[in-house]
Design a protein around this ligand. Structure first.
Ligand SMILES: NC(=O)c1ccc[n+]([C@@H]2O[C@H](COP(=O)([O-])OP(=O)(O)OC[C@H]3O[C@@H](n4cnc5c(N)ncnc54)[C@H](O)[C@@H]3O)[C@@H](O)[C@H]2O)c1
Length: 252
């Protein structure tokens, strides 16, 4: 019940799917949670269902909004220990069909959003001086970063960018002597509004769809358990890596 007791966690894209499950589990394990999202009504609803949770409307592409969100988190709860860069979206269209604006939108939300999150949060995160632990950043990538899926080139590129960014951030924190770890997670298909929309929109003969059918879908709580582990001190020797959670989709 207390695996992250005393910690304060900020979760982007927390109004829905994986982010909402992360917020619920981190709070159940003792953390104070701040949920941010573009979807304000849904975000407020999720926050209202979690004791002491705070919702902040937030576009992860906006640097000024990031500064406001971090400042409000520290003002409300006095510290920031865990950042889950979870906000994301997917748009379909192979490399010949995908237009530049659609490509850029996905890079902005996921790569730039993740970059701005790390950049804005690190100066304010626990670095080992004011508690028994340092901080933990968890960046949400995808198995799409690790394999070719023709229908989502921009999404795949953005998620691969997140994994590379994660390594740089982890090394930077160590070089600076900050006790802040930074890891990525790479989920396969889990049952969320994004996955349901994807399964509706993908052509029935798409290879990505076949693999979802072959490996099944996890539940958001399965990913939340991995986020909880990375947020907690149990993972204190793990930084700069990515952990795949895909029921074997990428191994054979
Ligand atoms: N569900 C899966 O199978 C799966 C697999 C691999 C990776 N992921 C990743 O997990 C994360 C969560 O996905 P999900 O499945 O819960 O999807 P979801 O659509 O249920 O939730 C994503 C949330 O991100 C928010 N968001 C989108 N753009 C934003 C922006 N600019 N600023 C702030 N918030 C924004 C949305 O409003 C939404 O609430 C995403 O990064 C996604 O790419 C999901």
């Amino acid at each position: 019940m207390n695996r992250v007791s005393g910690k304060v966690a900020l979760i982007t894209g927390g109004a829905s799917g994986l982010g909402a499950a992360d917020a619920r589990l981190l709070a159940a394990e003792g953390a104070k949670v701040v949920i941010t999202d573009l979807q304000a009504d849904l975000g407020r609803e999720v926050a209202a269902s979690i004791p002491d949770a705070l919702f902040l409307e937030h576009d992860v592409r906006d640097e000024a909004q990031w500064q406001g969100v971090v400042a409000q988190t520290v003002a409300r709860f006095g510290r920031l220990d865990v950042l889950v860069n979870n906000a994301g979206l997917v748009r379909f269209g192979n490399v010949e069909e995908c237009d530049l604006d659609t490509f850029r939108l996905q890079m902005q939300v996921m790569v730039e959003g993740c970059f701005l999150g790390c950049k804005s949060a690190i100066p304010h995160m626990t670095k080992g001086a004011n508690g028994p632990w340092g901080g933990s950043i968890i960046n949400v990538a995808s198995v799409a970063a690790l394999k070719g899926i023709s229908a989502i080139p921009a999404y795949s590129a953005a998620k691969a960018g997140i994994i590379a960014l994660t390594r740089s951030v982890a090394v930077h924190c160590q070089e600076q002597g900050y006790a802040i770890r930074c890891n990525a997670i790479a989920p396969g298909a889990h049952d969320t509004p994004m996955t349901r929309q994807a399964l509706d929109q993908l052509p029935q003969d798409n290879a990505g769809l076949d693999q979802v059918q072959a490996h099944g879908q996890g539940r958001p709580e399965d990913v939340a358990n991995l986020v909880l582990f990375l947020a907690s001190e149990e993972s204190r020797q793990i930084t700069g890596t990515h952990i795949v959670i895909d029921n074997g989709e990428t191994v054979g």
